[in-house]
Design a protein around this ligand. Structure first.
Ligand code: ATP
Length: 513
């Protein structure tokens, strides 16, 4: 959609991430959570435009994954699940990241994300990690990395840190009960710890760290009530929570985020082809909405880096301002999850295909545990990616010959929060009335149109360029005499005169493209 590919994306006066963060705050896309209380670290609220953007991305995903496919159905499961789910899935035992403390600057970080340096390499860093700290020399240890913040090689041992948020359910506070039980008793540290752990566990539940498990746990209910035949998928969009050691890059990695995940259940032995199919499908989906398709790539996971339950994996990555990083993971999860939930719950999470012979007995009818291919994307991460991809600065000159910069969000029209701005040239002479009647027509057709009469027409165009509104309709005095308006295109800034009666039809056709 970008027909000005030669224009540099941004000027050389700063990082595109900083510019996008500033724009999202200024225009009401994303705010710091609890800002008036000083903010909560790495928690964000989506403002009026951000909420629309996120909803539009989710709707496009749902349309392509659920509405346009006969072989996928959607669910909306609860965030809190039975604690046994997390035991069976392995999250309680293994959903952890290696946490390390820097003994020099006290930074806490993930070992697997730290800068790699060959063991034995000499390092230089400053005491305390401060700019004016004394210069120190070190040597990289056997772990083979240094502190991402100060570069020091003096680090604590790695500890596994479970990322699930734990809370308790029910009206009884287990710690209150324990306090009463312990009154007057002198117990050693180990016994005390065991008692505390048992008390907490008695009512512990977890905020889901991924949406996927509900699709496994509800496999039979969904398959039977919807009459789905393998291969088929279950899709879901929803919140997930991870107590991340390092939150980073604005909404890229946060503790509360949203995911768009789909579990695709396939016949054993066919997972390889389906994995390739979903990598293609999902890459094309992202590209359909992007300006710079060269900023997307697929990285296949090496065998040694696969999760223990996976037989193949790939990441769809985006070239963020800090480098290539994950946007969506596509895992071939084998039959691990259904098997584990069958074992732990006693439910038979299998599928019976009466038209296929059992490979062992050669008799007609085959009962098997389906294999699973999972495309798992971040919705909040997608919002950041689309904002970064859409941000352009165009240099030009104004009517007086002075240099000016036009900031424009080239969001795909289907993702744009506002589809069309309806602008009366003046706040009088009957122009607002015509404008409002046009807004009503668009709204009735389900198109988010905004009436805007504040400031000069030039400022209004600039404001709508900055929030990514693809079209502006301007109502002027001619509109009264010949029932026409001008329609301005955000990307080309070209204007054409069209009849008011045709406006809705024209915009609908462009949005459908
Ligand atoms: P990463 O390697 O970035 O930690 P992951 O491999 O743990 O991600 P998955 O468990 O595969 O991520 O989750 C699927 C998708 O959910 C990711 O590709 C990402 O888009 C999104 N996601 C995961 N963790 C977060 C987070 N903390 N904040 C925002 N989005 C996230």
């Amino acid at each position: 959609m970008n027909d000005q590919k030669d224009t540099p994306k941004v000027g050389d006066d700063g990082d595109v991430l900083d510019k996008v963060i500033s724009l999202t705050k200024r225009r009401g896309f994303i705010f710091q959570s609890s800002e008036i209380y000083g903010g909560l670290k790495s928690a964000y609220d989506y403002g009026p435009l951000g909420a629309e953007l996120k909803r539009n991305i989710a709707n496009e995903w749902w349309r392509s994954m659920v509405h346009q496919r006969e072989d996928i159905v959607g669910i909306d499961a609860s965030i809190m699940m039975h604690p046994a789910v997390w035991k069976a899935s392995g999250h309680l035992a293994t959903f952890s990241d290696p946490l390390v403390d820097c003994l020099n600057c006290k930074e806490r970080f993930r070992a697997d994300k730290a800068p790699r340096v060959a063991p034995g390499t000499p390092t230089k860093f400053r005491k305390g990690g401060t700019r004016d700290g004394q210069h120190l020399d070190g040597v990289v240890g056997s772990a083979g990395y240094v502190c991402p913040s100060c570069g020091a090689s003096e680090l604590s041992a790695e500890r596994q840190f479970n990322l699930m948020f734990r809370t308790s359910i029910g009206p009884v506070d287990p710690l209150e009960v324990l306090m009463q039980e312990l009154e007057g008793k002198a117990l050693d540290r180990k016994t005390l710890r065991e008692k505390f752990e048992a008390a907490v566990q008695s009512s512990a539940i977890y905020l889901r760290p991924e949406t996927a498990q509900a699709m496994f746990v509800q496999f039979l209910n969904v398959q039977q009530t919807s009459g789905m035949k393998v291969p088929f998928g279950i899709a879901q969009i929803g919140k997930s929570f991870r107590n991340e050691i390092t939150t980073e890059h604005f909404v890229f990695r946060t503790c509360e985020f949203e995911q768009m995940e789909m579990e695709f259940f396939v016949e054993p032995g066919t997972q390889k082809e389906w994995h390739a199919h979903w990598i293609n499908e999902r890459s094309s989906w992202w590209k359909r909405y992007m300006n710079d398709q060269s900023a997307l790539r697929v990285e296949h996971t090496e065998k040694k880096d696969l999760a223990h339950y996976a037989d193949a994996g790939a990441d769809i990555q985006y070239r963020y301002p800090w480098g290539w990083d994950e946007l969506e993971g596509i895992a071939s999860r084998t039959n691990y999850d259904l098997n584990k939930h069958s074992e732990h719950s006693g439910a038979k999470l299998t599928y019976f295909d009466q038209n296929k012979p059992d490979p062992d007995s050669a008799k007609m009818g085959w009962r098997y545990t389906p294999f699973v291919v999972e495309p798992a994307a971040g919705l909040t991460r997608a919002a950041l990616m689309f904002l970064l991809d859409a941000y352009y600065e165009e240099r030009g000159v104004d009517a007086d010959g002075a240099e000016k910069v036009r900031v424009v969000l080239r969001l795909h029209p289907r993702l744009a929060p506002v589809k069309i701005a309806i602008l009366p040239l003046l706040k009088k002479d009957g122009l607002p009335e015509i404008a409002r009647s046009i807004v009503t027509r668009f709204s009735a057709a389900g198109i988010n149109a905004r009436y805007d009469e504040q400031h000069s027409i030039g400022k209004r165009y600039a404001r709508h360029d900055e929030i990514g509104t693809p079209y502006c309709l301007t109502i002027d005095h001619q509109s009264q005499s010949d029932q026409t308006v001008t329609i301005r295109d955000r990307d080309t800034t070209k204007q054409e005169r069209i009849s008011i009666d045709k406006a809705l039809e024209i915009v609908q056709a462009r949005l459908a493209q």
